[in-house]
Design a protein around this ligand. Structure first.
Ligand SMILES: Cc1cc2nc3c(=O)[nH]c(=O)nc-3n(C[C@H](O)[C@H](O)[C@H](O)COP(=O)(O)OP(=O)(O)OC[C@H]3O[C@@H](n4cnc5c(N)ncnc54)[C@H](O)[C@@H]3O)c2cc1C
Ligand SMILES: NC(=O)c1ccc[n+]([C@@H]2O[C@H](COP(=O)([O-])OP(=O)(O)OC[C@H]3O[C@@H](n4cnc5c(N)ncnc54)[C@H](O)[C@@H]3O)[C@@H](O)[C@H]2O)c1
Length: 640
């Protein structure tokens, strides 16, 4: 029988959090797109924790939303509890976190894919990528022999490639949740010269709610006033009845059981080859690495409204089933626990992301892009934002437009991708606020102001939305100017007001902005002294408050960004042989030749490239002016 041949603009392999964003971006930009999954039931599946956001991950979701992605909207429709974390700290680290109804999250995303024009969903395992003699992608092939021709492809295979799951001595050659693994694609990628890593991750048990004693745990309520993830969600729509999470702790007894059974853990007995995430350690890892701690926090989190399953957050494990049951039963409130699904570790193939440009296109296969856990990251949000950028850039390539490359001063997404493509990474990469050097500017509250222009330029953000963000920026600017000009005199009314707010009286007149910088005062409380105040939307008032209160820090960081931008603007040639530059150390030449950084800034972040090497390259670039003026002006044309 003749094999099926179909034609598309873009093939997206994988329908996890990365693949969904990639496919939606391409289809919404008018490209004929097909998304493949080994199981339609795994669309936007959450194989581990039932939540979106959290420290720094909440920032990523806001940024995805600001660019026109889907994750924020999807969780706003399907969350069952929401909390702004770190509220006692500065606004730079405030992070939104929401419990998801997993099944609803997955189904809602599926509905969105199904209702998107230009988008086809196909359940089949992709086994090969196809290229022409010039290494341009021309299609993908399925295990059944069907060929899907395309002009660009995005690989988002997550944790499915040659996946195997381990629970103690029991090893199952499947993907997450017992879903079929994808066993063929790795060989094809290797044949195309793609370097493969093997990573691992793990998940805790899901337990039956009816077997828990919540009276021995601390109830964790959601926020009274819920803030939506998406800038486009009406805040009224997210004020729902919320479901509680519960907090409990491990103890010495738990740790003893773990220590006594380490030889049966595949992680410690050497059965697992892959490298795991340092920042999401299993309970075995925690007990071994933090031996001095006598307890660890355990969050019991509901998996959804229509299931009794509860997620045991903080206790992921690959210990055997019997040990799991014994250790979980030592935790207060879990004495009679019944496990619905065992904890397990999973090993899978992914790539060394240094093979990618910052556009997430492979350097050696033109038109092939990738995103998500396949790129060596970990986490739903990390996956989704890469999928979005890979999808946008696949589309930009086909539409003959400039790629979307966010730099480290613009977005956490920029930090994440820059880290992946320039730094050596030998474990699943997790986003953290500490990775973002300009985090005072990259707040979750201003993601729309930072990124709307990019979303609009690529075509994913509607004109209306873009105009609103511009209007909002204007209102913020004007209000900051106004409150700097409003003078508050040291009169009786003012001194009384200050006394009431435990604030030192004034010696002389000050601006309203000066008063607002006092920790005990804020924009709202000062309304009393500000009769001419315009009636502004809540989100504008928030921005005014943050920008005025943290003005000193923000200004300092803006200065640092200016310096950073100078180095980012100094472009380097692509496909360049660095051994042509005399004076570079061999290690640097090898790294630079392999990574082909696009700018001096990026080159300076490659581990092993020293400041002295950077000086040598800068001198070389300067000499290009005389030795190769064409190349010099091509690189620096717009910057000099
Ligand atoms: C056990 C486990 C524990 C984890 N722990 C956490 C956690 O606690 N917190 C966290 O944030 N993240 C965790 N993760 C990671 C999280 O699941 C991923 O980061 C996230 O789901 C990755 O999204 P993705 O889109 O890259 O891939 P996935 O969600 O894995 O999706 C991959 C998609 O690709 C499809 N696919 C793969 N290969 C092929 C092929 N050849 N042909 C067709 N379709 C294919 C699959 O069907 C699937 O649709 C865990 C993952 C697992 C499995
Ligand atoms: N990606 C992977 O490969 C992998 C592997 C294992 C585990 N993980 C997971 O990554 C996630 C991130 O871990 P994390 O704990 O730092 O981040 P988190 O987003 O789950 O929580 C951040 C912080 O919020 C608090 N918190 C957590 N759950 C809460 C709840 N239900 N209610 C109130 N506060 C809560 C805790 O103080 C926690 O440290 C975890 O869920 C972990 O299981 C990932």
């Amino acid at each position: 029988m003749p094999a099926i041949i179909e034609n598309y603009d873009v093939c997206v392999v994988g329908a996890g959090h990365a693949g969904c964003e990639a496919a939606l971006a391409c289809a919404r930009l008018g490209l004929k797109t097909i998304i493949f999954t080994v199981s339609v039931d795994s669309i936007a599946l959450m194989p581990c924790n039932p939540n979106v956001g959290g420290s720094s991950k909440g920032h990523l979701v806001r940024e995805i939303d600001a660019l026109g992605g889907e994750m924020g909207k999807n969780i706003d429709k399907t969350f069952i509890q929401s909390k702004m974390l770190n509220k006692s700290k500065g606004p730079a680290v405030h992070s939104l976190r929401a419990q998801a109804d997993k099944a609803a999250y997955s189904m809602e995303m599926r509905k969105t894919l199904q209702n998107t024009e230009n988008l086809t969903i196909k359940q089949i395992e992709i086994s090969e990528i196809i290229t022409d003699e010039n290494n341009n992608i021309t299609g993908v092939k399925s295990v059944t022999g069907a060929t899907y021709n395309c002009r660009a492809a995005v690989l988002c295979t997550g944790t499915y490639l040659r996946a195997r799951c381990l629970t103690g001595e029991y090893i199952n050659e499947t993907g997450p949740n017992g879903l079929q693994a994808a066993t063929h694609l790795t060989d094809s990628l290797k044949e195309h010269g793609i370097e493969i890593y093997r990573f691992k991750t793990g998940t805790p048990a899901r337990v039956d709610k009816r077997s828990l004693d919540f009276s021995k745990m601390q109830e964790q309520l959601g926020d009274e006033k819920v803030v939506p993830f998406s800038f486009t969600t009406n805040p009224e729509d997210v004020q729902i009845d919320q479901i509680s999470c519960w907090l409990t702790y491990t103890n010495e007894k738990t740790h003893e059981i773990i220590r006594g059974n380490l030889d049966r853990s595949p992680m410690y007995s050497g059965v697992i080859e892959g490298t795991g995430p340092r920042y999401c350690p299993s309970i075995e890892d925690k007990v071994v690495k933090f031996a001095d701690k006598n307890r660890h926090q355990i969050f019991i989190e509901p998996e959804g409204l229509n299931t009794n399953e509860m997620y045991v957050g903080g206790m992921s494990s690959s210990l055997p089933e019997d040990v799991q049951l014994e250790m979980y039963r030592t935790v207060p409130g879990m004495e009679n626990v019944k496990i619905v699904r065992n904890a397990y570790a999973i090993e899978y193939d992914c790539i060394n992301p240094n093979q990618l440009y910052a556009s997430l296109e492979f350097k050696n296969v033109h038109g092939l892009f990738s995103g998500g856990q396949f790129n060596g990251s970990s986490g739903y949000e990390e996956a989704a934002c890469q999928g979005l950028i890979a999808g946008i850039n696949a589309a930009m390539k086909l539409l003959d437009k400039n790629p979307l490359i966010l730099d480290r001063s613009e977005a956490y997404i920029g930090v994440l991708i820059d880290d992946l493509v320039t730094k050596e990474n030998h474990e699943p990469y997790r986003m953290m606020t500490s990775r973002a050097e300009y985090r005072l500017l990259l707040r979750q509250d201003n993601a729309d102001l930072r990124l709307a222009e990019h979303g609009h330029r690529v075509g994913l953000l509607s004109e209306d939305r873009y105009q609103w963000v511009k209007e909002k920026a204007k209102m913020i600017k004007e209000e900051i100017e106004r409150i700097n000009e409003v003078k508050i005199g040291a009169n009786k009314k003012v001194q009384q007001f200050l006394e009431q707010h435990n604030s030192i009286p004034l010696n002389t007149g000050v601006s309203l902005a000066d008063l607002m910088r006092r920790p005990e005062l804020d924009y709202d409380s000062l309304a009393e002294l500000d009769p001419d105040r315009p009636n502004l939307p809540e989100e504008v008032k928030n921005q005014v408050e943050i920008n005025v209160k943290y003005e000193g820090y923000i200004k300092r960081q803006i200065k640092q960004v200016e310096h950073f931008k100078k180095l980012e603007k100094k472009k380097l040639p692509t496909n360049f042989d660095y051994s042509n530059i005399g004076g570079l150390r061999i290690e640097s030449v090898q790294k630079l030749n392999k990574l082909q950084p696009i700018s001096i800034g990026q080159a300076s972040r490659i581990s092993g490239v020293s400041p002295a090497d950077i000086s040598v390259i800068l001198v070389y670039l300067e000499q290009l002016k005389y030795s190769n003026p064409d190349l010099f002006y091509q690189l620096n044309g717009n910057n000099e």
